[in-house]
Every structure is written in C-alpha cells, then in structure tokens.
Design a protein around this ligand. Structure first.
Ligand code: AP5
Ligand code: MG
Length: 223
C-alpha cells in the first residue's frame, strides 16, 4: 500500500522524530519543509536568503514559496513509493494547494495525524533539543541524549550536535503563537475531510507515540 501521510503538531510536538522512524519502517520519503529551508540556508542559495528572516524570527515563510518547494519535491520519482509530510501544510491556503496537487496528479492523502502536546511541554523540550547538522538526527538532553555527549551517535556519523537557531525561548514562543493562529485551523480542515487522527502525546515517550501511530496505520491497511 502506498501511504501518503501528513504529520501535524505544534513546534516541538515530535513530528521530525516520528517522521524519521515512520520513513525508515515503511520505506517512505520524509519531506520536512523546515529541513529543506535550513538546507537552503546552509548552502546560501537565493531561496535560503529569502527565507532566512522568517526562520530566525519564527514566522511562516510565504505560502507561494512554500507550496512551490513542496510540489517540486512531490513530483520526484522517489515519491511514488509514498511519503510523509512533516511541517506542511501549515495554513489553510497550503492545505488547499496540496489538495489541488492531489487532484491534478490523481493522488489522495491517506491520513493526517495530529501529534497533540501541551504548550508547557514545548518550551522545555525545544530548549533541550540538539540536532545533528550532518545527518539530521534529533536528540534531547533530557528525553533522549546522544550516547556520545555532544557528538551524533548514529552509525557512520560523528556530527557535532547543535542547538537550532530558532530554539531560543523568545522564538519558540513566537512559533507557538503562529501555530495557534495559522496552523491549528488545518486540524479542522482534515477533520472535515474525515481523515484526521489525533494522538494525545503529552507525557508519552517517543516509543509510545510511535506505537500509537503504527496502530493508526494498521487500521488504514485493514480498512
Ligand atoms: P520546522 O523545522 O518544521 O519546525 P517546527 O514546526 O517548529 O517543528 P520542530 O522541528 O521544531 O519540532 P518537531 O515537531 O519536528 O519536533 P522534534 O521531533 O524535533 O520549521 C521551522 C521554520 O521553517 C518555521 O518556523 C517556518 O519559519 C519555516 N517553515 C517550515 N515549514 C513551513 C511551512 N509549511 N510554511 C511556512 N513556513 C514554514 O522534537 C522536538 C524535541 O522533543 C527533540 O529534542 C526530541 O528529541 C524531543 N521529543 C520528541 N518526542 C518526544 C516525546 N514524546 N517526549 C519527550 N521528548 C520528545
Ligand atoms: Mg521538525
């Protein structure tokens, strides 16, 4: 079964953590708009320069730029095996643009999974997040540290772990505000389509959240 999944959730809800595991388990392509923008920033491309201020201040990149980067990615041949969208769509116009892409390409979304976490937990989690700039692995000083301290412990990687630029308290609070104003309505959008599943992840470990999502995917296969 070719799966097409959207992962919804506030900043720090665990979208990237779960998307990496789901991609590895089900052979899906992991598409994170945040990771794509950060890669452009790192490479110093024109797009990177255009999005820099948005990322560092925690505001959303304009919909036209974001939708273009996603639809360009979705037509790549590897996406025929199925994919997980992590951090997209994040506004009603983005959700509508994704539906237009599906209509044009004879595809459909199987499920939108909302990973729900209380705001109080977000700042705590994100200020302790450490990321590997080399391979993208995600760690947490409190909830899932690297076994090698400040270095990535994935096989064949020894990247030096960093605190993401936007994981500073003031920017985290701005991202949360943007989430509640602009992104939370996307949950209702998929609810109305009847393809929304919610995982209440407050207080759950990453393993527990993964198990809940796997149950949801099993239900789809059995449907
Ligand atoms: P993006 O990179 O998508 O950031 P985000 O949505 O703010 O989400 P995060 O990546 O911070 O969190 P996550 O949910 O992936 O959590 P993670 O798994 O890392 O976007 C960055 C910026 O790019 C945006 O602000 C915007 O400017 C721009 N952008 C991106 N997409 C856009 C779009 N569609 N439109 C416009 N602009 C866009 O986990 C977080 C931490 O918690 C980690 O340390 C992890 O180890 C830990 N953790 C995970 N699960 C658990 C658990 N169950 N218990 C305890 N700790 C946990
Ligand atoms: Mg992420």
């Amino acid at each position: 079964m070719t799966l097409r999944i959207v992962l919804l959730g506030a900043p720090g809800a665990g979208k990237g953590t779960q998307a990496q595991r789901l991609a590895a388990t089900h052979g899906l392509v992991h598409i994170s708009t945040g990771d794509m923008f950060r890669a452009h920033l790192k490479q110093g491309t024109e797009l990177g320069q255009r999005v820099q201020d948005y990322l560092s201040s925690g505001r959303l990149v304009p919909d036209d730029l974001t939708c273009a980067i996603v639809t360009d990615r979705l037509v790549q041949p590897d996406c025929a095996q199925g994919y997980i969208l992590d951090g997209f769509p994040r506004s009603a116009p983005q959700a509508e643009a994704l539906d237009a892409f599906f209509t044009d390409n004879g595809q459909k979304l199987d499920v939108a999974v909302d990973i729900a976490v209380a705001d109080e937990d977000i700042v705590d989690r994100l200020s302790a997040r450490r990321s590997c700039p080399a391979c993208g692995a995600i760690y947490n000083l409190k909830y899932g540290p690297s076994k090698r301290g400040g270095l990535c412990d994935r096989e064949n990687c020894s990247g030096e772990l960093i605190l993401r630029d936007d994981d500073r308290e003031e920017t985290i609070r701005k991202r949360l505000q943007v989430y509640h104003q602009t992104t939370a309505p996307v949950i209702g959008y998929y609810g109305n389509q009847g393809i929304l599943k919610t995982v209440d992840a407050t207080g759950l470990t990453p393993d527990d959240v993964f198990a809940r999502i796997e149950e949801i995917l099993c239900g789809l296969k059995g449907a």
